[in-house]
Design a protein around this ligand. Sequence first.
Ligand SMILES: [Fe+2]
Ligand SMILES: [Fe+2]
Length: 263
Amino acid sequence: MKFLYVTDDDAGNYFTFVDRTVGDALRSETATPEQKSAVLYHTTAALVQATFSRPESPVLIRTNRTVVEHTVDAIASDPALLRTMAATFTLDYSLYTHAVHVATMGTALLLELFGTETRVKDAAMGYLLHDVGKCRVPSQILRKSGILTPMEMKEIERHPEHGVELMRPHDEVTDLAMDIILSHHEKLNGRGYPRRLPPERISVETRICTIVDVYDALTSHRVYKPALRGVEALTFMRDRMYEEIDTGLLKQLIHILGPRNNK
Ligand SMILES: [Fe+2]
Ligand SMILES: [Fe+2]
């Protein structure tokens, strides 16, 4: 594996370069699906990392939109790409790889259900940036491995509102994406946060984000818990979370991930 190190000053140029070239890489007829998915995965994770450190940057948000559009087009033209990408999902959790996992699975699920690509692209921006507000949560709280105090919990629960505040200046983040960022921790039993919304006010795009967000958290290794296998996570969600999540969408997730794809 080769790495490209980019200094802070060069980040704008790097992402302008990514903006132009990631589409060419995905359209390449000589690259294998594994190579294409690796390019997409690592580029997107690096982009998310840069975006978390500079969420105000128009060039970074524009590049997020470009990468999201390429991801949606690539999965739409080859649904099997989800399985290829999911096979490369790392077990080590980072906020940045998590964003890519949520965006990839959320996009695939939405395409499976609706296939209307502009709306899917708008939603996919929300999936990729759903936790961007965590960049305002102190890192010692995010990294804490023990039980969180009520105050620390409150700090973390502010990330959806931080996220919409940070993304408000950017036209590329549409109302649909903003709704996902703000509401992805709402629950269908009305006990979610930050607004304790009733189910009729939680959009299908946001419900999808919630499901893939939980699935990825359960199947990722964290300092305080081992990773569950895919099938264990899906069973846990079906049996223990049926009051909180949309079980119809969960069935669709099981369908698209398929038995081969359990982490
Ligand atoms: Fe979140
Ligand atoms: Fe998340």
